[in-house]
Design a protein around this ligand. Sequence first.
Ligand SMILES: [Zn+2]
Ligand SMILES: [Zn+2]
Length: 250
Amino acid sequence: MTAIIFSALAMTLIVGVRYLLSSGGFALATRIKHPGLYRGLEPQMRREIGWSLASAAIYGIPAGVVAWGWQAHGWTRIYTDVDVFPLWYLPVSLLAYLLAHDTWFYWTHRWMHRPRPFRIAHAVHHASRPPTAWAAMSFHPVEALTGAIVIPVLVFLIPIHVAVLGLVLTIMTVMGVGNHMGWEMFPRALVHGPVGRWLITATHHEQHHAAYRGNYGLYFRFWDKICGTDIGLGDFAAAHRRRERAAADG
Ligand SMILES: [Zn+2]
Ligand SMILES: [Zn+2]
């Protein structure tokens, strides 16, 4: 029992530190690239950090229990010997995890935009106007729980090499922070080219925060497109100009 609690606490700490380092790093990059972009948002950023650290515990506990079970009892289908599956399985498993997570996220996110769940839970995430790099895990505990169970469930269903799992978590973290930081880190040619028609980056997710509906996906625009909820890309230049004008007006 002590080992389970220790594992859950350790994982909470890891998720919390990972959040502080990744969001802090991107917040610093924002200061350098777009000085003043978060001007006046200090109270909001404090709230974002508070909700995110609470989410770290909600993410850390199930992850810690599963990590303990993996180590102590060989639970899960996480493997460490790369030869267990053919090499082509590595990218396939990566894609499978991203697609499964994206599908879960799209439908739960869309559901959370119904009036009741929005009022109870998802409003916390949308209270960030506009979101900052600190908003990556700024969720009400109910919403955090829907996100926290995805990977701990998937590792029981889809075999994955431990390094690929690390890559999944890295992509999840970088995109989670990057999509909320208020500017686009990917080149224009990618975002507005053929790749951007299928991949979600900040320019796409920002539009979700601006419009409150549509663009519900996480990594891919696939579900939004087939369900008719894709509302296209946002316009950061216009949004930044609006904010500058508002700041100048006082
Ligand atoms: Zn939303
Ligand atoms: Zn968001």
